[in-house]
Every structure is written in C-alpha cells, then in structure tokens.
Design a protein around this ligand. Structure first.
Ligand code: AKB
Length: 315
C-alpha cells in the first residue's frame, strides 16, 4: 500500500493534488505538510503536519516514522516572488530537493515527484513549439533553480536509481486556492476579480501569450506520470507538458462573454519581463508518446467551469 507525503500542500497545486491523492490512495494514507500551520484547516480529511522542508531531519523522521513510499515535493518559491528574494528562493528550491534526493539513496522510497516549469527556458529558446531539448538559459532565479533541479533529478536517477519523475508545468489555473507568487498567476486572479464584480488590474500586457493549463489537466498528468511503469519514463530530467496558450486579452474576452460588465486595465510591471523570457507554447510530444498524455480543457471549457464553481469557494 502506498503512503504519500506532500510538501507545500497548501499551495495552488498542492491543494488539489492532495485531494486527488487522497481519493486515489485513501485519505488515511496521505500526509499533507506545509510550513504554514494554518493550512491544517484545509486538510481535515487527511493527516496534516507543519513542516519546514529545509529541516532535513524533520523530513527524514516523518518519512521513516510514517513509512512513506511516495513523496510529492511541491514546496517552492515561484518566479515573481523569487525575484524579490533570490537567495532565499535558490536555497529553498535547491536545498530541499537535494536533501530529499540524498535521503532517497539511503531509505526505501518508491517514487518522488518534483515539479519543474516552462521557466527553465529563457529568452534564447524558440518562442513557439519549444522542444524538449531546446536551449535553456533561464534568467530568473526560479528558472535557474528548476533547471539545476532537473539536472540533479536525472543525476540521482542515473547514478543512484532514485525513481524521481518530473513535469515542466505551464502556468496552472485553478480556483480552489489563491495565487501564489507566479507570473502566470494573473490568470487565477482574473477570475476572482470577475466573480467579485471588480475591475482587474493586469500586470502583463494584453498580447503576452504564455503556455497554460487548467488544474484538472495538471492533476491528471501528474497522476498518470506517477502511475506509469518505470520503463516508460524515458526522460528523467523533466517532461515538457502543454495544453493551451492564451494572452490576457483572450482570457479577458472569454470571461466577458459570460460577464459583460467585467473590465480590465493593463498595468505591466517587472513580471512582464519575466513573461517575455518564456515560450508562448511548448512541444510536449515526448509526454504524449511515452506515457499517453493528452489534455481535456481548452480556454472556453476552463472559463465555464471556473465561473460555475468559483463562487462556492469564496469565503
Ligand atoms: C510561475 O509563474 O512562476 C509558475 C510557473 C510558470 O512555473 N506558475
């Protein structure tokens, strides 16, 4: 029986992935952890522990004491927050991953999942259909930490047979939690403003196209990757993963079609430069071929689903 540990469970991805893991493996087999003790309220349905992932000893004890078999290591500082505190972002994103990979050498862990990002690509990569192996010269501390992390994942797999798997997520859009310091998070915030009848101040220009994905697709991809037989996972750095690509103007129009009074104002800030360094759409054919990935939601499906369901999540 699998016993699952999720770090950074209170974040956008963690909130929904933890629930999906509890549905799949049984809530009694899932330990949600977060540095913020107040996140306990979110995880009344499974185990919860307050955990600082930089405390390697605490991580080791939890894994050993609860006989954890799979770790989903989601705790990270995202791109926009990372630029405000680069050294801390590097330390959190890198040290926590490395100490977990080191631990996986000596204790029996079946599988580790670690998220990477489209942020590994920098301004010198092709902007469209960016391939799995395109040049990677990230210019954000977040992108640099994700690229280094990918190299470490591949290294520990090749050298120490650690079964670590990873996805280069595009911007993830969900409605069950608030934005968490990412550049693509405008696409989460915009729905909250629309539902609350507020004007939306967008920190990106109207035509900034970025790769994006609706959260149910991201959960599906993650579970599918982790369920796949080891021999199907040919890429041990991180798989390109794609679904939809849109601009602020396009998402605004898709919401306005349902809420005609909704208004937007563009006030680009330092995040514009981060977004301009990233691809507009990426090629995920390796994921589609190796473990049968396909996405379900386009922009219109996502907007309809969020507008129908978000109101019940607003406190
Ligand atoms: C961010 O915007 O920092 C993240 C990402 C694309 O990895 N959502």
């Amino acid at each position: 029986m699998d016993k699952i540990l999720v770090t950074g469970a209170g974040g956008q991805l963690g909130t929904e992935l933890t629930q999906a893991l509890a549905d799949k493996h049984g809530a009694e087999n899932v330990w949600a952890t977060d540095i913020n003790p107040e996140m306990r309220e979110k995880f009344e349905y499974c185990h919860f522990r307050t955990l600082d992932v930089l405390d390697g000893e605490a991580v080791r004890k939890l894994i050993e004491n609860e006989a954890i078999t799979q770790v989903y290591h989601l705790a990270a500082v995202l791109s926009a927050s990372g630029e405000n505190n680069p050294l801390f972002a590097w330390r959190l994103n890198m040290e926590s991953l490395l100490s977990l990979l080191e631990l996986a050498k000596s204790i029996k862990l079946d599988r580790i999942f670690w998220p990477s990002s489209i942020a590994v690509f920098g301004p010198n990569a092709p902007k469209t259909h960016t391939s799995q192996f395109a040049v990677k010269e990230p210019t954000t501390v977040y992108g640099i930490s994700k690229l280094a992390g990918e190299r470490w994942c591949e290294y520990y797999h090749k050298k120490h047979r650690v079964d670590v798997r990873s996805l280069r997520y595009p911007g993830l859009v969900g409605y069950k939690s608030l934005p968490g310091g990412g550049t693509t998070d405008y696409a989460v915030d915009i729905y909250h403003k629309a539902i609350n009848n507020q004007n939306f101040g967008c920190f990106l220009k109207p035509d900034t196209r970025l790769p994006m994905m609706y959260m149910p697709d991201a959960i599906k991809a993650t579970l599918r990757l982790m369920d796949s037989p080891s021999e199907n996972i040919k890429i041990r750095s991180s798989y390109n993963l794609a679904a939809i690509s849109f601009t602020p103007e396009e998402i605004y129009e898709s919401i306005k079609a349902h809420l005609p009074d909704f208004s937007i104002e563009y006030k680009p800030d330092y995040r514009q430069q981060i977004a301009e360094g990233w691809p507009q759409c990426i090629d995920d054919s390796a994921a589609r071929k190796d473990w049968g990935w396909h996405h379900d939601y386009d922009l219109e499906d996502m907007t309809q689903d969020i507008l129908a369901n978000l109101p019940e999540y607003i406190p």
